[in-house]
Write a protein that binds this ligand. Sequence first.
Ligand code: AMP
Ligand code: MG
Length: 379
Amino acid sequence: MKKKNKKQNLIKTKFYLLFFIITALFPGFSCSENLSREEYSRVEFVLGTVCQIRLLTTLPKERVDEVFDASFEELVKLDAIFNANTEHSDYGIGELDRTEISELELVNQKAGKESVPVSKELFELLSIALDIAKKTDGAFNPAIGALVKCWDIGFSGKSVPPKEEISSALAISNFRDIELKENKSSSAKIEYRVFLKKEGMRLDLGAVAKGYAADQLSSIIRRAGIEDALIDIGGNVLALGKNAKGRNWGIGLKNPNIGEQDIAGVLHVSGQSVVTSGNYERYFEESGKIYHHILDCKTGYPVETSLNAVSVISDKSLYADLLSTTCFVLGEEKSRNLISELRKKTDSEISILFFYNDNSVRLISEDKLSLEIKSPFVF
Ligand code: AMP
Ligand code: MG
């Protein structure tokens, strides 16, 4: 069983490596100014995607292996909390066999029945997600799980579901029906609980969990004394310090036009995350129309927009991930207010690139960015 999983994961790894949404450019090799640094890399299939960690350090290999072990253990732990797709047969987590459902799935199964004690991590991420849901009037919606399952895009969903099924799913996808409670017990230990008020309701944190995970890995890596690293969780990239040439990391932005495999631009970053949400990532075609995986809770259908993709650059990967999805739904104008509010509130750097279907590109930024946009894309 384990052997079969391992083989499947290897095939998945190869497949996903070919289709990375964002490609880390300039792979490392030592140069004169950094002779003592070595580059190490480990890749595994976790959180339903390919995760690669690259570390540049003078630490001995045994110590580096410990950092890799701790990082991937953290990812497996977060997977067991956040995964919304544990029942899919093609789901895999590295070398481990899954025998139990995720914490998030447990909350979903108890929807309409009882509140469930949860980890600090799930409570923390849900609190942030709910806050953004309120600020955007549900454009970002962590209670979208029933609607996501109804379409099932990227898994079994290959045709438009019947209207009645979409309406029923929408009726149980209201973020206001999520109840979060913190109880301080006598031992001063805080108990976190989540209750979904409607039966059949489902949480889905697929739009933000990878960013949260990347930030957690960043802490582990920095605590180990490693300053230069590239964390890539299925295209959700976080670059720390410098690359092997002692320069900022070059992050390629994939051409968002469906069927194109080249890049639309390159960002040179250090201490920042780059995350893209686009209609080309997971979709199906019916009667000449593309149905993609980012859904509009006002209509129940994939977001109708002239955008092909939104890339967010932020020092916090959580916000890069959360905002790439949110701003794709909101569009450029409505995103402006949200971003300026979040910049102040969270003390984060946030820049956003909007890629339109006529190949025009627009940037909202207050920070200095090193960005090259390639033809046919134009500012
Ligand atoms: P991302 O690839 O980060 O943009 O996240 C897309 C995933 O987030 C989808 O596959 C769904 O699981 C979920 N999702 C889709 N639409 C929304 C939405 N409007 N709000 C929150 N999550 C969504
Ligand atoms: Mg996202």
